[in-house]
Design a protein around this ligand. Sequence first.
Ligand SMILES: C[S@@+](CC[C@H](N)C(=O)[O-])C[C@H]1O[C@@H](n2cnc3c(N)ncnc32)[C@H](O)[C@@H]1O
Length: 226
Amino acid sequence: MSDNFRRIRSYVIRVARMSESQKKAYSELYPNWVIPFDGAQLDWDDLFPGAVKRIVEIGFGMGDATRQVAAENPDWGILGIEVHKPGVGKLLWWIDQEKLGNLYIIEHDAVEVLFDMIPAESVDGFHIWFPDPWPKKRHHKRRLIQPEIVEMLKRALKPGAYIHVATDWEPYAEHILSVFRNADGLKNRFAEWAQKPDYRPDTKFENRGIVAERTIRDIIFEKEKI
Ligand SMILES: C[S@@+](CC[C@H](N)C(=O)[O-])C[C@H]1O[C@@H](n2cnc3c(N)ncnc32)[C@H](O)[C@@H]1O
């Protein structure tokens, strides 16, 4: 992948104040649960010894859904990637409140993490729930789901493992379906839209979409076994 592509940002750093509890969690718990972005390949066995699944969530926002998935699936190892500092503070707070031992965070651009730190054929599932839709045409290049990034996601998946995207933005849903269908070696687990699986909680952004009466789409593809 070209350096130009790596410079494209799928997010904007939002100026948002952290609450006192987020600040406290951020300053006290960061060293325990946040993995520095250092470009070194992750050692999953070291991070999550004995985990039955290794899940990577990209863009967890304020982390409410991440917390729930971690709490409900204690035998999964979950890596959450986010650039929004208050969200990192909030999820650290949850880790402490609920004594979650199966969740680590990387506070960095997920595209770079994908390139530099996730070993090939090592991930059981990617959760990408309500990624920014970038609705304006001139911003489409900032979308997370596009062929080059899907190639990187595919490379990181074990054979048979999945990418699960959810969105409330219909044109983005159509775009995602088309990008996945055109990716060699990925196959849809459903005929078209997926049924929302039990492991996916409602998310904060999903609830905004529901209030706005938008249709929620889940899309789940898996890496073909050769
Ligand atoms: C629309 S929000 C959805 C948050 C959450 N998943 C939810 O459903 O409530 C998208 C999130 O993805 C994060 N994000 C976007 N691109 C990212 C990237 N390349 N690396 C890490 N986080 C990213 C943003 O900071 C934002 O918090």
